[in-house]
Design a protein around this ligand. Sequence first.
Ligand code: ATP
Length: 325
Amino acid sequence: MNLSLAGSTDVVRVRGLTKTYAGRTVVDAIDLSIAPGEVVGLIGANGAGKTTTVECLQGLRRPNGGTVRVFGLDPAAQADRLRPMIGSQLQDSGLPDRLRVGEALRLFAGPDAGDGDVLLERFGLGHRRRLAFGTMSGGERQRLFLVLALLNRPQLVILDELTQGLDPAARREVWASVTQLREAGTTILLVTHELEEAEVLCDRVVAMRAGRVLDSGTPAELVARHGGWATVGFSLPPGRPDDDLAALRALPGVQSVQRHADQVTVIGRRSVIAHTGAWLVRRGWVPEDLRADVPDLETALLALLDSPPDSPTGSPAPSTTQEVA
Ligand code: ATP
């Protein structure tokens, strides 16, 4: 066993994981760590290698290279020991249409199973015990899969494309269920290509493309690195001379200041929002229409995932607008 992995307290610790199919590398030397209680999102477009990575973590696929440890165990060699510790809802999960909810619980319950009724109540399915799988709505099915994934009291939960195909209302119900798990301190690996889902649910996001990790970090870190600039807009009080705006340009983090008629736009790092607000108040200007536009995780991840393959991924996109102030 690799000693640097043996002493780790991480639930998941992957170094240099590589997987090839018929000579084609679909997971290319990736690193991934998940600490206890973290919700980590693995995001990326179709074919990025997310599911293959997850399958290697569960011992369903044997890596061609690298080291994989889940609770310190090697999934390829110790899948039997690992299985009871992982609860998974995998992509394309399905159950026979005639199977009732209560029967599914009995079928999936292992020797150390928790109380299925409590779980059904917790995920809004308490009154659905006698319902057949085939008659359940998409949202109910996904919540049942969550219940089944949790039934045997796993220490790690893997959710792969949890809300695929659900309408917005059902998706939000399922998100609320995952948020409950998160608040209860459950360690979760969430595989998704829905950027909003990653933003709502994850403590940390790992962005994959073509088998590689492009970047990883908290949503705030990824927004800072890839989200581009924040903008602050306000209208100038009548009679204020333009030269006041020169001082605005000198504030920390400001990239540019633009003026069109009485409208001023300040572009820069996120800190410009606070600095501009303070600067305005110091001058006794309190514009009623002050507004700030901050890039979100979705904007940041889109920029990252759409970046050209060889571009540096560590700096925000520069503004292309002309400074007119
Ligand atoms: P999706 O979001 O579509 O599920 P993904 O990021 O999970 O995509 P994978 O399912 O891991 O990606 O697939 C990565 C690549 O590996 C894809 O090009 C896929 O076609 C290929 N692949 C997956 N499983 C196999 C297999 N058993 N044999 C050959 N190629 C495979």
